[in-house]
Write a protein that binds this ligand. Structure first.
Ligand code: HPA
Length: 278
């Protein structure tokens, strides 16, 4: 497996995508577990299975499709990743974030990223979305940062600022849309752990103490690379389960997928509303 991708690797994929479409989307989207339905409502879609893209990482997880869907949603041209890969699958960070680099080579300026997450905040009721206002980069603090290695100056600086990793204007639009639609939208800090284990009660109490509101196994690497490449990011977590601070209940993938079904329509109307407002 390649530990680094060159601009040529990225452009090979970008060129393949470009050769199949006749629009130039400026909005990219990553759909987490259970949100594939949104991709189905895209008009005049061009569907590109990840297998068709040389070097594109393929997800091995149930509930994650593996295709790009490019077309129109709410009057906006979008490129949607239906399914993503995760670090716990054994991929390098450079592979996990390769799709973001390809989006940047395609000229995509806004990234809407979604995920399924466990609620750490004790006030969160599963089945509701959370606007990500910031993240805690625990993996990065431990040295697993997707920007580790020689800097790619074509994209951004060696030491990129992360003080506003989640675009405030986009967040404001999401708040307004949620209010208009009567959707409960929590706000908070997302942490990405490596996974694939769910957290122990001690992990969760540690995260709670660190000010975390939601925990998952994705998104942060992608958001770091998006920021490095100058993209504006909107991040929304779907809270699929409550945190199990004292070990009183088990967390299962089935529960995550099941609550995802309740979340999907809310997340979809939120994202549709944001797209309309852009
Ligand atoms: N922990 C980590 N990742 C998750 C969870 C969780 O509780 N729920 C959905 N993804």
């Amino acid at each position: 497996m390649k530990t680094r991708n060159t601009i040529e690797d990225m452009d090979r994929i970008a060129d393949e995508i470009r050769s199949r479409i006749n629009i130039l989307p400026e909005i990219g989207m990553i759909l987490g577990s259970g949100l594939g339905e949104l991709a189905e409502s895209i008009q005049d879609p061009t569907i590109i299975p990840y297998h068709d893209l040389p070097g594109w990482p393929i997800s091995t997880v149930e509930g994650h499709a593996g295709e790009l869907v490019i077309g129109e949603l709410e009057g906006k041209d979008v490129l949607v990743m239906n399914g993503r890969i995760h670090y716990y699958e054994g991929y390098e960070m450079s592979q996990v974030t390769l799709p973001i680099r390809v989006m940047q080579r395609l000229g995509i300026k806004i990234l809407i990223v979604t995920n399924a997450a466990g609620g750490v905040n004790q006030d969160f009721v599963p089945g509701n979305p959370m606007l990500i206002t910031d993240h805690l980069n625990l993996l990065g603090m431990a040295g697993v940062n997707p920007l580790r290695g020689p800097n790619m100056d074509e994209f951004g600086p060696r030491f990129p600022d992360m003080s506003q990793a989640y675009d405030r204007q986009l967040g404001e639009i999401a708040r307004r849309v949620a209010e208009e639609q009567g959707i409960t939208l929590y706000e908070g800090i997302y942490v990405c752990l490596a996974g694939p284990t769910f957290e122990t009660p001690a992990d969760l109490r540690f995260l709670l103490g660190a000010g975390v509101d939601a925990v998952g196994m994705s998104t942060v690497p992608e958001v770091i690379v998006a920021n490095h490449g100058g993209q504006r990011v909107l991040g929304i977590s779907g809270i699929t389960n409550s945190s199990n601070l004292y070990g009183e209940a088990k967390t299962t993938h089935e529960e995550v997928i099941e609550t995802g079904l309740i979340l999907a329509p809310k997340m979809m109307s939120l994202i549709r509303g944001v797209l309309r407002a852009l």
